[in-house]
Design a protein around this ligand. Structure first.
Ligand code: NAD
Length: 340
């Protein structure tokens, strides 16, 4: 079967593309524009690492160019599409919202339109725990209110879910949006806590911790995320039944979700305080951190935690990798890749 993976040079995309290509059952086409939001060298290294894997091909291309991208999809005719390309990062969306408008709104519109013209069996796309606003109560359920996502990044992800709703409803596309919760592991993004913290610790630099390190995050190991993505991909939302849960919004005015769209959390359900996370890294790196405890930042979420009931029911998803083990694998990769 043919699978198109966008964001294939990205953190999650490279792992998903690898798993699919190594299965021996897929012809995988990876697409990425190698955006320079962070070190392009890391993206190229991921692609090199992917190079020898089964039937994998890479094309440097921009999915936010609708005509070109539609042409690419029409030519490849994928059975499945995994859309992981995006402009990620909560904090950067304060400084540069335009990058999010282009990649996450125009880009997603272009992906949907290409899939309408050449419909695959199933489109799986990345949403985020950031759709749950600052006032949300953990553990977050898919039918909780997500009408106030706070960050512009979260707003674009929420918009993606609504855009998907419309395409599922009007054009009979089968779609699943996955709300990922703080993904970490080998080949991780350099703008996220594990790499930022590990670098600061090893370089003896001060490590600012907001809310005095008391925020709780539901860290999810990359292999668990890949398990979830691949399994979800192979099980599209069932055809119309009255038992499909409402998935887009909990608002009492919201219409029931069209059966061909499903929104699922993909997390770990074991939130950990930032201070404890830092202590675990200190132990693994064999060096103490120079922490700087700062007040909470406006708009920051105090806790994220995924309720996994829906994804367990849909695909039997159970995260397997505990944080201690996941961080050990991350640190092993980190030392090798950065030669520290
Ligand atoms: N990593 C996490 O913890 C996390 C959490 C929640 C949601 N997500 C979402 O999961 C997805 C993957 O995240 P990631 O951590 O792998 O991010 P990433 O930045 O490593 O990967 C995204 C890739 O998309 C590519 N891209 C961006 N705009 C593009 C365009 N117009 N055309 C082609 N390629 C483009 C980038 O070059 C990048 O390689 C994103 O949608 C992200 O918002 C990630």
């Amino acid at each position: 079967m043919k699978v198109l993976v966008t964001g294939a040079a990205g953190f999650i995309g490279c792992h998903v593309a690898r798993r699919l290509a190594e299965s021996g059952r897929c012809e995988v086409l990876g697409v990425d524009n190698l955006s320079d939001y962070y070190d392009v060298g890391l993206k190229r290294a991921r692609l090199e690492h992917l190079g020898g894997c089964g039937e994998f091909r890479f094309l440097q291309s921009d999915f936010a160019e609708p005509e070109k991208f539609s042409g690419l999809v029409a030519h490849f005719r994928p059975d499945y599409v995994v859309h992981l390309g995006a402009q990620p990062g909560v904090r950067f969306s304060m400084e540069n919202p335009a990058a999010y408008t282009r990649a996450n709104l125009q880009g997603f519109a272009s992906v949907l339109e290409a899939c309408r013209r050449t419909p695959p069996r199933h489109v799986v796309f990345a949403s985020s725990s950031s759709v749950y606003g600052a006032g949300a109560r953990p553990p977050f359920r898919e039918d909780d209110d997500t009408d106030q996502p706070v960050s512009y990044y979260g707003a674009t992800k929420k918009a993606n879910e609504l855009m998907a709703y419309s395409y599922a409803h009007n054009h009979a596309l089968r779609l699943t949006g996955l709300r990922f919760f703080t993904v970490y592991g080998p080949w991780g993004r350099p703008d996220m806590a594990p790499t930022l913290f590990a670098k600061a610790i090893l370089e003896g630099k001060s490590l600012p911790l907001f809310n005095e390190g008391r925020n709780l995050r539901d860290y999810t190991y990359i292999d668990d995320i890949v398990d979830g993505v691949v399994k979800v991909l192979l099980y599209p939302p069932p055809a119309a039944t009255s038992t499909n849960p409402p998935v887009v919004s909990s608002s009492s005015l919201a219409p029931p979700a069209p059966p061909r769209l499903r929104i699922l959390n993909l997390g770990h359900n074991r939130p950990v305080e930032t201070l404890l996370f830092v202590q675990m890294l200190e132990r693994l790196l064999g060096k103490p951190a120079r922490t700087e405890l700062l007040p909470a930042q406006p708009g920051d979420m105090f806790e994220t935690c995924a309720d996994l009931t829906a994804v367990q029911a849909a695909i039997g998803y159970v995260p397997k990798v505990p944080l201690e083990e996941g961080l050990r694998r991350f640190v092993e990769w980190f030392r090798r890749y950065y030669r520290i």
